[in-house]
Design a protein around this ligand. Structure first.
Ligand code: AP5
Length: 220
């Protein structure tokens, strides 16, 4: 990745966007911005934005575009995003992708990576996910267990299952993804900005593929 790049991580719920964004951000030293984590922070703080987003998130629907776009643009105006940033969970509608495109003027550039994973694997991943409400670290009961059950390796916080990781809400999130977010991949593909990686591999292998692609871009 070059400086002043925006890298968009696309993929369905449970594809591994957060897992890979966290690794990539530490490896290449750029900010990781997750709209889901931003909303969960607002929910915990019981802010007016958190209260506005709560019902949508708990039922697996998307938060309205205007709320998401304002929150995201405010976040990426912070100094840690001056050299570039990774977007995890945004854009999720074509209207959000268009708003981001309007904001990114040369020398800034954007690219998108889609992490592809079959539906049956997604459900197993989401049902085993455990997250830390204190530091946002993510684990999996089978593929990435913490050293001590239900205790965060990073900060010692108590791990929880996300409210929207219940089976009926997951089904809703997957159908919302197909209807509203899959067209975002087409948006980037039509502009020649999309790369797909196989996400149905162990996390280290997926990371190698993404890092290899990012280093290639830097060299090029
Ligand atoms: P958000 O938090 O963005 O949820 P999501 O996109 O549904 O994505 P997930 O966090 O479920 O999955 P992920 O791809 O990050 O997977 P992870 O790495 O955790 O959004 C939540 C809600 O907020 C939305 O439903 C919506 O209401 C609202 N929202 C957010 N952004 C919005 C927007 N832009 N517009 C409107 N509304 C918005 O991995 C999952 C599990 O699998 C983990 O346990 C992990 O350890 C494990 N795992 C990861 N990779 C692998 C692997 N390769 N092999 C085995 N296990 C793996």
């Amino acid at each position: 990745m070059t400086e002043r790049s925006v890298l968009v991580l696309l993929g369905p719920p449970g594809a591994g966007k957060g897992t890979q964004a966290d690794r990539l951000s530490k490896s290449v030293g750029i900010a990781h911005v997750s709209t889901g984590d931003l909303f969960r922070g607002h929910l915990s703080a019981n802010s007016s934005l958190g209260r506005a987003a709560k019902g949508y998130m708990e039922s697996g629907q998307l938060v309205p575009d205007d709320l998401v776009i304002d929150m995201l643009f405010d976040r990426v105006s912070k100094p840690d995003c001056e050299k570039g940033y990774l977007l995890d969970g945004f854009p999720r509608t074509v209207a959000q992708a268009q708003a981001l495109e309007r904001r990114i003027a040369p020398p800034w550039r954007q690219r998108a990576i889609e992490i592809a994973v079959p539906d049956e694997v997604l459900v197993a991943r989401i049902s085993g996910r455990r997250t830390c409400p204190k530091c946002n670290a993510s684990f999996h009961t089978v593929s990435l267990p913490p050293a001590k059950p239900d205790v965060c390796d990073a900060c010692g916080g108590a791990l929880v299952q996300r409210a929207d990781d219940q089976a009926d809400v997951v089904r809703k999130r997957l159908s919302v993804y197909r209807e509203q977010t899959a067209p975002v991949s087409v948006f980037y593909s039509q502009r020649g900005l999309l790369t797909r990686v196989d996400g149905n591999l162990p996390p280290d292998r997926v990371f190698e593929a993404i890092l290899g692609w990012a280093q290639n871009k830097k060299a090029g």
